[in-house]
Design a binder for this molecule. Structure first.
Ligand code: PDD
Length: 288
C-alpha cells in the first residue's frame, strides 16, 4: 500500500483528498519536483530543493517548508514506502491551495503540499541496447519553461503525439533552436564533443543535465553549453535525452532517419558507465 504525505499527514493514497477548489486543480497553479532515491539515498536533494525554491519564486508562492522540514518529510515518505528496498521516485508538489475561483491570487494562501513515492522503473536493457525513437515538434509551451510548473498540458500533448508516431519522446524546436524534450533535457555529440543548450527561460534546468556536465568536466571530456539548431540536431553523431527517471537515453532514430549509424554511440556508453559509477557512490553514501 502506498503511503503519501498531504498537508502534515501521512495517509494511505486512497484516503488522501484535496478540495475541488484547490488552485492546482482549477488553474494548474503549482510547481513540482521528481527526486530519485537509490538504496535509501536521495539523489541531489540540495539541488532539487534549490530548484523547487526557484520555481516557487517564479510563481510568487511562499515555500511552506524549510529545507530541513522537506528533507525530514521526504525521508519519512521514503521510509514508509520502503517495503522491498526498491529504488523510489519521489514526486512532490506545492500548489497555491484552495480559494474561491479567481485568477488573482487569494489574500490569504494556505499551500497544499503533497508527496508520493513510486517504485522506480529502470529502463529495460533491451531499450538501452537499441536506443529510442524521437520526433521533432514545435515547442508550443509558454515562455517560463525554467519553472517546473504542474501545468503540463502542452508537454502531455506533445508526448502523446510522439507516442502516436511510434516514438518515445518529442524533441522541441522553438524558432529553429532545440530547447529540450517534452519531459527531458537534450544533448548532442558531434565529433566527440558533448553539447547541450545553455540554461534560459526556454528549458528546465535539469538536475541530471547538470550532473552530466559535471562528470564531463571532471573526466576531461570535451563539452559545451551552446545553442543547437535543428540542422545540428539532424547532423549529430549522437543524441541523448536525460531525466531523473530515465537517466541517459540514446536516441537512435529521429523523424524516421537513423542517428549516426543507428546504434547507441560510444560517447553515450562511456557517459552512462560514469553515471552508473556515480550512482554506486551515492548508494554507498559517498556521493550526493
Ligand atoms: N521531468 N525538461 C523537462 C520538461 C522535464 O519535465 C524534465 C523532467 C527534465 C529533466 O529534469 P531532471 O533531470 O531534473 O529530471 C527536463 C520529470 C522527470 C517529470 O516530469 O516526470
Amino acid at each position: 500500500m502506498s503511503i503519501v504525505y498531504l498537508n502534515g499527514n501521512y495517509l494511505a493514497e486512497e484516503d488522501a483528498s484535496i478540495s475541488v477548489l484547490d488552485r492546482g486543480f482549477i488553474f494548474g497553479d503549482g510547481v513540482y519536483e521528481v527526486i530519485p532515491c537509490y538504496g535509501g539515498h536521495l539523489f541531489r536533494l540540495e539541488q532539487h530543493l534549490q530548484r523547487l525554491q526557484n520555481s516557487l519564486d517564479g510563481i510568487r508562492l511562499e515555500n511552506p517548508l524549510t529545507d530541513s522540514q522537506w528533507q525530514e518529510t521526504i525521508k519519512e515518505v521514503v521510509k514508509r514506502n520502503n517495503d522491498d528496498n526498491a529504488d523510489q521516485s519521489i514526486y512532490l508538489q506545492v500548489t497555491r491551495g484552495a480559494a474561491k475561483r479567481d485568477h488573482v491570487f487569494p489574500d490569504k494562501v494556505s499551500q497544499t503540499v503533497f508527496i508520493m513515492s513510486s517504485v522506480m522503473q529502470p529502463v529495460s536493457d533491451a531499450k538501452l541496447k537499441k536506443g529510442v525513437v524521437a520526433i521533432t515538434h514545435d515547442d508550443i509551451r509558454w515562455r517560463y519553461c525554467h519553472i517546473k510548473s504542474i501545468a503540463l498540458l502542452p508537454n502531455t500533448l506533445m508526448r502523446q503525439v510522439a507516442r502516436e508516431a511510434g516514438a518515445d519522446e518529442a524533441i522541441l524546436n522553438r524558432d529553429g533552436k532545440i530547447t529540450e524534450g517534452a519531459a527531458s533535457n537534450i544533448f548532442i555529440v558531434k565529433d566527440k564533443k558533448i553539447i547541450t543548450p545553455p540554461k534560459n527561460e526556454c528549458l528546465l534546468p535539469g538536475i541530471t543535465r547538470d550532473l552530466i556536465l559535471e562528470i564531463a568536466a571532471d573526466s576531461g571530456l570535451a563539452h559545451s553549453e551552446e545553442e543547437i539548431s535543428l540542422a545540428q540536431l539532424q547532423d549529430a553523431d549522437e543524441i541523448w535525452l536525460t531525466s531523473s527517471t530515465k537517466e541517459i537515453l540514446p536516441v537512435t532514430q529521429l523523424d524516421d532517419v537513423a542517428v549516426g549509424n543507428g546504434k547507441p554511440g560510444p560517447c553515450w556508453q562511456d557517459m552512462l558507465a560514469r553515471y552508473q559509477e556515480h550512482k554506486k557512490l551515492l548508494r554507498s553514501g559517498d556521493a550526493h
